[in-house]
Design a protein around this ligand. Structure first.
Ligand SMILES: *Cc1c(COP(=O)(O)O)cnc(C)c1O
Length: 330
């Protein structure tokens, strides 16, 4: 894409599921693009970005990938998986407390052989910690390649520009709904769907320090320059639903859990409590509010994140609601 090569690690295009039970009940044509069903490391959206990032890393002679995120970062887990497949080292730096147990993604990170560095969120700049970690490994002879939060830079977003090309082959029209975290997924799709009849809504998952539309414009302009795009945007071009934080980033929420139960019990598809469950909860609300119309074709991008249900804070909240169906026979 745009002269940037990639190292293929996926079988593309990803599958499409038609959600027949929910389509009937909700009165929409409901499709899901299964970016959760991608090869490495239990799957997820970060792999499309990593196809481009790993090529760039190897091109630059790197022997080690370093990335950042929360302790339960899906992106860190998939970076660890891609590093393993390429026989590279990997370190994940998280500004986070130890969750009390080696759980979910952190457990998988270590199973993939990645090093995890946790630093108390005490105001120390993240990049200072990254530098410390990189120095340590470089003094041992490694060549480190840094991947930003969520893989969301100009290179990572190429993976979702490519996903947009798939969607245009698969659907003539429709409304694409996607969770919006570090924004690379949304922005890649936005650029790729620009010339199509597919509309795109990003569901904001986490608070932004600056105005999210300003951030989106700046990110777009960086991409525009790097990919040599020939169109401009204003803030109004971005459709971002900002009302669905449900208590904050990765905070357990009853509304989100109810959405997860609904999807699992209607379609046998598991959503995660941080991103996709929140996105489905938002979609249900948008339907109720008439922001999504009856008979619309909805294309929900399932971005993965399954290990999130095993995060201690989420697991406890699930347990409180679900133990009533567990009978211990004497
Ligand atoms: C990272 C992530 C997202 C958000 O993607 P961004 O490109 O960071 O906006 C959505 N869903 C899951 C499961 C993720 O891990």
């Amino acid at each position: 894409m745009f002269g940037y090569p990639k190292q293929s690690c996926l079988h593309l295009p990803t599958p499409i599921s038609y959600l027949s039970n929910l389509s009937d009940r909700l009165g929409i044509e409901f499709y899901m693009k299964r970016d959760d069903l991608t090869e490495f490391g239990v799957g997820g959206n970060k792999l499309r970005k990593l196809e481009y990032l790993i090529y760039d890393a190897k091109e630059k002679g790197a022997t080690m990938l370093i990335t950042v995120g929360g302790a339960q970062t899906n992106h860190g887990r998939l970076t660890a998986a891609v590093a393993a497949k390429n026989q590279m080292k990997c370190a994940i730096v998280a500004m986070d407390d130890y969750p009390g147990i080696l759980s979910s993604n952190m457990l998988l990170d270590r199973i993939f052989g990645a090093y995890v560095f946790l630093h108390k969120p005490d105001g120390t700049p993240l990049m200072d910690v990254v530098e410390r970690v990189a120095d340590k490994f470089e003094s041992q002879g490694e060549r480190c390649y840094f991947i930003p939060m969520g893989g969301s830079n100009e290179i990572g977003a190429l993976g979702y520009y490519e996903c947009a090309q798939e969607l245009k082959q698969e659907f003539k029209s429709g409304h694409v709904i996607v969770p919006l975290g570090s924004m690379g997924t949304y922005m890649g799709l936005f650029c790729g769907l620009h010339d199509s009849d597919l509309t795109l809504t990003g569901i904001q998952i986490m608070p932004y320090e600056e105005d999210i539309y300003t951030y989106a414009c700046n990110y777009f302009n960086k991409i525009k320059e790097s990919w040599h795009l020939d169109f401009d945007v204003t803030e109004e071009d971005f459709d971002i639903a900002t009302d669905y934080l449900y208590g904050g980033y990765n905070v357990p929420s009853e509304t989100v859990r109810n959405a997860i139960y609904d999807m699992a019990r209607s379609e046998a598809i598991v959503l995660d409590p941080c991103y996709t469950g929140k996105t489905y909860a938002a979609l249900l609300d948008m339907l109720n509010e008439g922001k999504i119309k009856k008979d619309e074709t909805i294309i929900f991008i399932h971005t993965g994140g399954l290990p999130g249900v095993y995060t201690p804070s989420h697991q406890k909240a699930f347990e409180a609601e679900l133990m009533d169906g567990v009978t211990i026979l004497g």
